[in-house]
Design a protein. Sequence first.
Length: 223
Amino acid sequence: MRPMILLTTLVPWLALLVSCGAPPKPPAVDESLRRPANTAMAVELQVCKNDLQNTRLRATESARDAEATAVTQANIAALQLALKGLQAQHQALPPTPQANSIITIRFEYGSTRVDIPKDIALDWISAAKAAPLILLRGRTDGQVDSPIESHMARARAAAVSDYLVAAGVKPSQIRTTYQPTGDHAADNQTANGRALNRRVEIEIYRAMPVSLSAAALPGLTTR
């Protein structure tokens, strides 16, 4: 009888001890209130956010491209305007005069005969007709200045002048000069050199030479 009473007394304590040793149960969750992260609405919302961000980025890039395009177009317009200005200035400038041309006619020893193939003479005769001035310089291969050498140099210049006039050049366009010795084009001590020195130089002017006084020259002063 005594053991039964003792067991009855211990039962509540044992139940309390067992209940204290067991882990607590998690709180109950109402499954009807749960919203899964991968629902169709959540996925669609995230896609819309991404599209909006991409659209903003594209708009920013488009604005930058438009600004760069505007700057490029402005630069092109400025370059075109500058080019037009340069072209206008170039057209307003007077034409650059062409350089004079010099043709050399060779002669046999002791001869004043002008012998030039027509196909060679056509170009420079045409230029001579259009030139305002033609200067002829007669030369010989003389070693010393003498009346004979002077006569030969002058006769050669006159022969070329007659040749040009016969070809249609006006006599008023022609001036002649001569030098019997010196001013050699080659070594006058050799046969080949002397053959090159027996010559008339034809200088065809593209424009009339202008005579400038010392006072007209920049940087010069007269007393």
